[in-house]
Design a protein around this ligand. Structure first.
Ligand SMILES: [Zn+2]
Length: 141
């Protein structure tokens, strides 16, 4: 098996509803995302630019960075965890919220990115999300 890895980072705020501890309060992270793609020995590219490659690194990096950029400098909010009036007030002040249909844990962000990158056609084998330099969640199919 051949694998490629690339990484990208984004800064965003979030909080965890139903969490009893520091993470229930609004706070921020520099999230680091590491994506691994891979193919079997017999599935390297056969022609053109991608001959003997899993994928062109430039295209791989661009796909990952473009997706991660959607999350940069956003307030990540799990749907249903803020009152509609709160959301309206924040948006009224010009803050950008990204409403997500899941709890904004590193685990769920890893799975979300995995599924979206796979849907874009990448042969994803793992997505790793660091919430801090010491804490990493990994999602594999
Ligand atoms: Zn956090």
């Amino acid at each position: 098996m051949y694998e490629l890895k690339t990484d990208a980072s984004f800064d965003s705020a979030h909080f965890l509803a139903d969490y009893h501890g520091k993470c229930e309060n609004l706070h921020g992270h520099r999230w680091r995302v590491e994506v691994t793609i891979g193919v079997d020995d017999s599935n390297l590219g056969t022609t053109g630019t991608e001959r003997d490659m899993v994928q062109d690194f430039g295209a791989f990096k661009r796909t990952v960075r473009d997706m991660v950029a959607e999350f940069d400098h956003m307030f990540l909010v799990e749907e249903g965890t803020l009152a509609p009036a709160t959301i309206a007030a924040l948006e009224g002040e010009g803050f950008q919220l990204k409403l997500l249909p899941f709890r904004t844990t590193a685990e769920n962000l890893a799975r979300h990115l995995f599924e979206r990158l796979r849907d874009e056609g990448l042969p994803v084998s793992a997505v790793e999300v660091d919430e801090t330099p010491n804490n990493r969640a990994i999602y594999r199919a």
